[in-house]
Design a protein around this ligand. Sequence first.
Ligand SMILES: NC(=O)c1ccc[n+]([C@@H]2O[C@H](COP(=O)([O-])OP(=O)(O)OC[C@H]3O[C@@H](n4cnc5c(N)ncnc54)[C@H](OP(=O)(O)O)[C@@H]3O)[C@@H](O)[C@H]2O)c1
Length: 241
Amino acid sequence: MKGRIALVTGGTRGIGAAIAIELKKSGYTVGVTYQENEESAERFRRTHQIEIFRWDVGDYEACHQGIQWVQQCLGVVDILVNNAGITRDVMFHKAIPEDWNTVIHTNLISCFNMSRVVIGGMREQNFGRIINISSINAQRGQAGQTNYCAAKAGILGFTKALALETTSKGVTVNAICPGYINTDMVQTVPQETMSKIIQQIPLRRLGEAREVARGVLFLASDEAGFVTGSTLSLNGGHYMI
Ligand SMILES: NC(=O)c1ccc[n+]([C@@H]2O[C@H](COP(=O)([O-])OP(=O)(O)OC[C@H]3O[C@@H](n4cnc5c(N)ncnc54)[C@H](OP(=O)(O)O)[C@@H]3O)[C@@H](O)[C@H]2O)c1
């Protein structure tokens, strides 16, 4: 949509990058954030001519300052995609507080940090879209991912509650639960485990990042104004609820 400003966290690689590219193709003005991988961020900026911004989404003050910086460069954020996320997989009996806290901060507290800063502007202008990227593993659980599943399931509750608070203000809040998508994140899963996972997916393949991006495009659109508090499952039939 021409003129609308979209901000995608973790938008320099993987699913976030595909989301940013699709949004730009559809006429949005897009900015993306990243945390540390300067090289892939620079490559992304050069290739796609999309502005990049660096800060840790797990840090509220950094989000506050970062979004002010984005708004000075691009304008008031109309569409926020809370996509940045990490894994620190470990069986719970071996888990350490540092990993637990990092996963909760990056995947869940980031949704508070980012949304809290933009929500006032969205309410004032009577338009906004917040799209939170959760996971199939929030819906069904996954051994070795208590931290990740807790954070991603937290996102689903956050989405519904915030959606209820903003219905009268033209702001919709929705979540997407991708299944296994072919990005750097799943490359960390051992090949043998991944082959077993693919056998469990009715479509017998991983999803592509652009397939998640198409879902975001719909939820961001004016035509999706009646869709709020929902969870869109994009998982090749891997888990149906
Ligand atoms: N891939 C899957 O199968 C899958 C399935 C379900 C859900 N998801 C969710 O989809 C989202 C994207 O996943 P992906 O596979 O595209 O991940 P990815 O390829 O690992 O990319 C992650 C992106 O997030 C950024 N990021 C990480 N920590 C950050 C922080 N603290 N502050 C700011 N940016 C940060 C990274 O920046 P740097 O490049 O600087 O590190 C990168 O741009 C995540 O929330 C993930 O949990 C993925």
